[in-house]
Design a binder for this molecule. Structure first.
Ligand code: 57M
Length: 357
């Protein structure tokens, strides 16, 4: 919004030229979201406490009983900080930003309804898994269709580490893109089981995509690095900055021992946002590398369930895999920080894939 209000005044006040730069607006969006989440965090935690929006804790698995009653739905904080910052600092005539923001808010709403039901019934089951999945697919297909029908859209898939292998997907792109968004959303949700465990890798992935969106939106850089040029996607750099800022502010309260959990309103929305960004800048496969932690968490559940059904035996002491390490006696903070370290390594691998091919 500030771009439209202040950039036109640059003719008269030279300093306002700065509002034209994506780099400046990204920095400002990051700090705005960080500031908002810092300031709004304490009143939100108090309000959620007063409304008794406390997390019910399962009795099976690692002992988390001391976490009983920790306020949940902290994703509201991230989403509010993100949305306000994005609306303030991006160009409001940018299609990609509206698509990603719309999906994020849509998934947030779905997660909110789920959390609300869980808190009301004081049980771990909210909306039925099948209903939730159906709505996730409806929204994701909507996004995939909007991107597919954009006149500037090309149907080639970018494959990390391969420069000239760009398979043309045709209409198959639509279900693939929808799958990426739904999978990313659910994978972040599965990961969100220890203090700081989900938000760390979400921020690391958002930080990596911040750079990728900037490159994809810039014809010169995209050409030099042989990255798909997606006109207008530079504005998503600002979205990623706001995601990092809002996430950092949330981590302040979510770090061990957490004063606030993000809830499904946070995990479904943030995972969906990462998926949608990857789809818009056509780096769907790279998302699986940057977000390798989410992939491993999801695979651990799939392997565990398949093995239990087929052989009656478990591969892990408990899935998702972070519970396996808890059962092995690792401290919660050790698991979380080690998963962050792995995420950073994966981000470095992803960035190097731009040159190593
Ligand atoms: C999300 N939610 C947390 C919090 C958070 C199919 C199966 C693998 C599904 C999986 C599952 O239900 N996953 C969904 C996990 C819950 O956190 C809330 O949920 C929100 C995210 N959706 O924001 O509001 C608990 O996680 C802990 N937590 C923290 N800090 C945080 O910052 O400590 C969360 C955020 C919170 C808190 O204790 O209450 C959850 O785990 O419920 N199911 C599982 O993960 C269960 N695994 C399992 O049953 N494995 C089986 C089979 C089915 C694969 C097996 O291995 O045999 C485990 N869940 C728990 N304990 N809590 C079992 C052990």
């Amino acid at each position: 919004m500030l771009y439209h209000l202040l950039y036109p005044l640059a003719d008269r006040i030279g300093a306002f030229n700065v509002f034209g730069y994506i780099t400046f607006r990204t920095g400002a969006a990051t700090l705005t979201a960080l500031f908002l989440s810092f300031v709004l965090g304490p009143p939100l935690i108090r309000a959620l406490g007063r409304l008794r929006v406390g997390q019910p804790i399962r009795e099976i698995g690692p002992d988390h009983q001391e976490k009983e009653g920790t306020p949940t739905m902290g994703g509201l904080l991230i989403l509010l900080a993100l949305a306000v910052s994005v609306l303030l600092w991006t160009r409001l005539d940018n299609r990609g930003v509206w698509i990603v923001l719309g999906l994020t808010i849509g998934y947030g709403l779905l997660g909110f309804l789920d959390d609300y039901r869980k808190v009301r019934s004081q049980k771990s089951d909210g909306i039925r898994a099948r209903t939730k999945l159906l709505w996730q697919f409806v929204l994701a297909f909507g996004v995939a269709w909007l991107i597919y029908t954009d006149p500037s859209f090309d149907k080639e898939l970018a494959v990390p580490f391969f420069k000239n292998f760009t398979p043309n997907l045709g209409w198959f792109y639509v279900p693939l893109a929808a799958m990426v968004i739904v999978a990313a959303s659910n994978a972040v949700n599965l990961t969100d089981g220890l203090d700081g465990l989900a938000i760390g890798p979400v921020m690391i992935a958002a930080g990596t995509f911040l750079g990728l969106c900037y490159i994809a939106g810039h014809a010169g850089f995209a050409d030099y690095l042989a990255v798909k040029h997606v006109p207008g996607s530079g504005e998503l750099t600002i979205f990623c900055g706001a995601l990092v800022g809002g996430g950092l502010g949330f981590l302040w309260f979510n770090t061990y021992p957490a004063q606030l959990f993000m809830g499904d309103v946070g995990s479904l929305a943030l995972g969906g946002a990462l998926g949608a960004i990857a789809v818009v800048i056509r780096q769907e496969i790279l998302l699986a590398v940057v977000g390798g932690i989410f992939v491993v968490e999801t695979l651990s559940v799939m392997i565990q369930v398949a093995s239990f059904k087929l052989t009656g035996r478990r591969v892990f002491r408990m899935a998702p895999i972070h519970h396996h390490f808890e059962e092995m006696g690792w401290a919660e903070q050790k698991i979380v920080v080690r998963f962050w370290i792995i995420s950073i390594i994966l981000a470095i691998v992803s960035v190097s894939s731009l040159k190593l091919r």
